[in-house]
Design a protein around this ligand. Sequence first.
Ligand SMILES: C[S@@+](CC[C@H](N)C(=O)[O-])C[C@H]1O[C@@H](n2cnc3c(N)ncnc32)[C@H](O)[C@@H]1O
Length: 469
Amino acid sequence: MSRKMKNKVLQRLKIERIASEGKCVGHHEGKVVFVSNVAPGDVVDVRVTKGRSSFMEAEAIKIHEYSDNRVSPFCEHFGTCGGCKWQHISYELQMTYKRQQVVDQFQRIAKVPLPEVMPIIGAKDTRYYRNKLDFTFSNNRWLTREEIDSGENFERNALGFHVPKRFDKIVDINHCYLQGGISNEVRNELRTFALKENLTFYDIINQTGLLRNLIIRSTVDGQTMVIVQFGEDDPAGIDKTMGFLKERFPEITSLLYIVNLKKNETFLDLDVHTYAGKDFIEESMEGLKFKIRPKSFYQTNSLQAYRLYQVAREFAGLTGNETVYDLYTGTGTIANFVAANAKQVIGIEYVGPAIEDARENALHNQLSNTLFYAGDMKDVLTDDFVSQHQRPDVVITDPPRAGMHEDVIQMLLKLSAPKIVYVSCNPATQARDVALLSEKYKVNRIQPVDMFPQTYHVENVVLLELKEQ
Ligand SMILES: C[S@@+](CC[C@H](N)C(=O)[O-])C[C@H]1O[C@@H](n2cnc3c(N)ncnc32)[C@H](O)[C@@H]1O
């Protein structure tokens, strides 16, 4: 099998199972074929998009037999929008497949003795569970095949999500099942207003247009933050847009805007202006309060984040006497969450403003036993740092998708804390790191948690305990 296979059509491929990243697997003449957007049990014709000596990647072009595992996707945008790729699979099976991904990655990559992987902690809310959505304005709406074939002229302005792998095309979203509250109304009514008032939608190629991006953040108790990014510094147009939102949606508790004349949509380095209300919203968890500012990270599924933190705290098994290191602490949410059960908690995080939020949250929650430090983990977590603080009894670590830097792992081996609680959104890198840590640690518990129903993403918590020497 080789690159020559590209564009070849393979007929009646039986889809066998789900592999990593949500791709499904079939076999053709003994070679693995990865196919997206199908379900185990389907029989499909596929076109090869990538041919390699040991595997192929392919796209489904015709479905002959639908798997019994399929359910009808509930969203009108399913298939075009890349948001909820697993809507065609029942939630029960999604949970089974997610747990299986953890099992597979740990068996394939970690290759260490493992306890049984616990059944995944599923979400009660499988729709409207996100507290943050990010929509893009564009003058280049994605047209369906039927629209193109009809030859008619269509409105090309859009407000919605990027088409997967297309930076320049936006699916115009009519209803999104990911965020509840007033999210759908705000987006749709703002678009209608902008079209009626002839406000310009952003042109990504020429970098022109007033309306650029819309972010909606919400809390479990119904506070809403709306941030509009403008691509032009046009005070009259900005006031018209923001004035509309203020008047039409008095329930917005934090109405903010940003003028962004840069090439990209990130705004960590830009000023955020308050048009109405406060410059933050506040999430609560077990009586703790977390201020969420426009630039702060907060787990995007608040209810499941609570479940995740409960698992981490339980695995940590704190008695009140421990020094806990919370690595990759973000805005200090886990540190705040476990502080009442520990002697002291030390949080480390790369992003300076997040550490300021973490300190403010701790103050706000009247926690006097937390300390936070900003910097790259491998540079902060050094012998000097450890000698200035107490050695940890428990390390909680929650790195980004890439996992931990090898220097950090070496430092953890050197520190030899009795327990490491490893939280991860990527079981593959987690399994890789666990293999390295297995030099001194054994894996005692593995608990997947579902933070993102309708997607293949899975969060996983592992308890590592020091082996007896
Ligand atoms: C998955 S988030 C963890 C967030 C936090 N534990 C929570 O639950 O809200 C990973 C965090 O690691 C931080 N980070 C990424 N690379 C880092 C590095 N090299 N050193 C320190 N922190 C880093 C990111 O800024 C991010 O806040």
